[in-house]
Each structure stands twice: as structure tokens, then as C-alpha cells.
Design a protein around this ligand. Structure first.
Ligand code: SAH
Length: 319
């Protein structure tokens, strides 16, 4: 999954109507603007206006450009740091945020100031492991020669206690890279101050289920077919990420739906203001707002979670 996604993202810009999938910041400027205001509100209330704005997997840089415009209106112009592996997407990001600084991974992020970190549809692209409850015990579900097969080693240690008695055939997923990145960033935030805000398809585990999926041209595809040419994702276990953050000294927010988060931040008012300024575009603005918040669109399946330094206030959008 790691190699396939590295090849996939490394060689193309998959976003948008002509690509394979579309993300919230590409649907409307409102998404990034509200996140920019969220960053401004949080850092001002925390008394930490000298933070760095960090994005993990920033795509085309659209979210960061919109967020930065909104932050500037609040008088904040933080340096922008992007963690991005794809050369093609780095080039797009350079167009949107020319003065950003790029990182291959989170290890090189600045150490001299609080980090406010945003990740939209990042954790879901990291490689998962799957384990299956078999008659012999827990075995890893592996891939060879284009087919799934069972590993031979006992993997009971990878299974959360609450799932150890799952029925035969149950599949449990872990995302070691997501867990490691959260642990590293939590240590940084605990030492330097700051917060992390993540959006993804996801759930609050522990829960069993096979969520590995492939998308091509806006449709589901066989995840084992044509590796490196389609986007592989898995749903994110937000309870696991929150637990890791807490174990590293941070305070997690509740996990809420994207619809609830954006509504609490005032997307209705922002949509109305944009429509007033551009009456000819009012229908498109309403369509985009609906797509981002409606339960039958992206509003319910996508979740938002934030974690913050123990001394920082509760961020907006989570009550
Ligand atoms: N956040 C963007 C793009 C989401 S797609 C948006 O909302 O539009 C996933 C992004 O994560 C892409 O930019 C991809 O290149 C990047 N990415 C995937 N795996 C990565 C990894 N291991 N390290 C850094 N970036 C990664």
C-alpha cells in the first residue's frame, strides 16, 4: 500500500473533476477559510500568535492558501510548512503558496515555536495492516502475486483487547505509520505548544471491518488491481489517534462530524456572505455548502478531531 500510493501520488495530481477524487478544499474556498479562522481564534486565545502553520499532505495547496488569507484578516501571517512526498503535488503547492517550506516527513518541522497542524485526507492514505481472526488465531492478511493470502505468524499482539474475541473471519486494521506520526507530533506539541486538526473518512474504534478501498475516476475499484494507478485508502480510527495523543500528554477534543464542525464554525454565514457578494454564483455556493455538510454527502462520513497542548483552550467547533 505504501509503495502503490507513493507511485500513485508521485506521478500525478489526482484531485478534481478530471482526476480520481475531489476533496473538501477543492469543493469550496469556505473549507480552508473556516480552518484559517479556527487557527487564528485558537492561537489568539492560547496567547501564541507566533506559531507555524503546518499541513500534512496538502494536495494542491488550496486549503493552505484559503486558510492563510483568512488568518491574514485576523492579523496573523504564520510561516507555512508542508509535509509532502509527491514532486508533482509540491509543484502545484508552490503555485498556491510560493513561500512555503517543504519537508519529506514530520521530523524536520521547526522546533522553535508552537505548531498548528492541519491534515485533510492525509492519514487515510497511509499504509494499513489487516489481521483476520482465523480458526488458528489472528493472522495477517497479506498480498502476493495480486491476491490476498494469510500470513503464518500469530498476530494476537496487534489486536486491541476489546476485539480479541471478535468472530471468525473478522478483520481488524491497524495503521502503524499514522500511529507513529501522531506520536511524534504529539511529543512536539507537548514540548512546543500547538494543536493538530484532522479530517478523514473514519470511525471511533476499536471496531472490526475491512475498509481498504481504491478510487479511480470517482468510482470504487478493486484495491489489488493495477497498483500505483489508483488511490488506496482506509478509514481512520480517530479513537486510536486520540488515545495516542493523550498518552503523549495532549488533550483530544471529541470526534465530531465534518458537518457539525463546519456548521459550528459558521459555514452558513460565510456561504450567505459569499452569495451576497456574487449573486450569479449563489446556486453554486449553496451546492458546495450542502456537499460539505449534508449527512448524505460528506457531512457525516467525514469526521473532525483535534488534539492540543494541555494548557491550550478547547478549539472552536467541537462543543
Ligand atoms: N489535503 C489535500 C490532499 C489530500 S490527498 C486535500 O484535501 O485536497 C493526500 C495527500 O497526502 C497528497 O498531497 C499526497 O501526496 C500526500 N501524501 C500521501 N502519502 C504521504 C506521505 N507518506 N507523506 C507525505 N505526504 C503524503
Amino acid at each position: 500500500m505504501r509503495d502503490a500510493n507513493a507511485a500513485y501520488y508521485g506521478g500525478r495530481d489526482p484531485l478534481g473533476r478530471a482526476g480520481d477524487f475531489i476533496t473538501a478544499p477543492e469543493i469550496s474556498q469556505m473549507f480552508g477559510e473556516l480552518i484559517g479562522l479556527w487557527c487564528a481564534d485558537l492561537t489568539l486565545r492560547a496567547g501564541a500568535p507566533d506559531f507555524a502553520y503546518v499541513e500534512l499532505g496538502p494536495g494542491r495547496g488550496t486549503l493552505a492558501a484559503d486558510a492563510r488569507r483568512a488568518m491574514a484578516k485576523a492579523g496573523l501571517n504564520p510561516p507555512v510548512h508542508f509535509v509532502e512526498t509527491s514532486p508533482v503535488l509540491r509543484e502545484k503547492q508552490r503555485g498556491a503558496v510560493p513561500d512555503a517550506q517543504w519537508h519529506d516527513d514530520v521530523a524536520t518541522l521547526p522546533v522553535d515555536r508552537p505548531l498548528v497542524i492541519v491534515a485533510n485526507e492525509f492519514f487515510d492514505a497511509l499504509p494499513i495492516r489487516q489481521y483476520e481472526r482465523t480458526g488458528l488465531g489472528w493472522r495477517e492478511r497479506m498480498v502476493a502475486n495480486g491476491r490476498f493470502l494469510r500470513g503464518e505468524a500469530d498476530c494476537a499482539d496487534a489486536i486491541p483487547l476489546a476485539l480479541s474475541d471478535a468472530p471468525l473471519g473478522a478483520i481488524v486494521e491497524r495503521n502503524p505509520e499514522a500511529e507513529a506520526i501522531m506520536a511524534t507530533l504529539a511529543d512536539r506539541i507537548a514540548a512546543q505548544g500547538g494543536a493538530l486538526l484532522a479530517f478523514d473518512y473514519g470511525y471511533e474504534g476499536p471496531a472490526a471491518g475491512d475498509t481498504l478501498q481504491a478510487m479511480t475516476a470517482h468510482a470504487f475499484a478493486d484495491p489489488l488491481d493495477a497498483p500505483g494507478t489508483r488511490d488506496l485508502t482506509a478509514h481512520v480510527d480517530f479513537a486510536m489517534l486520540a488515545m495516542i495523543a493523550r498518552a503523549h500528554g495532549l488533550r483530544p477534543s471529541p470526534c465530531v462530524t465534518q458537518g457539525a464542525y463546519l456548521t459550528a464554525l459558521g459555514i452558513d454565514a460565510r456561504a450567505a456572505a459569499l452569495a451576497r457578494a456574487n449573486p450569479a454564483g449563489a446556486q453554486d455556493i449553496e451546492t458546495a455548502r450542502h456537499r460539505l455538510v449534508a449527512p448524505e454527502a460528506m457531512g457525516r462520513l467525514f469526521k473532525a478531531l483535534s488534539v492540543r497542548h494541555a494548557d491550550w483552550p478547547m478549539p472552536a467547533g467541537f462543543s
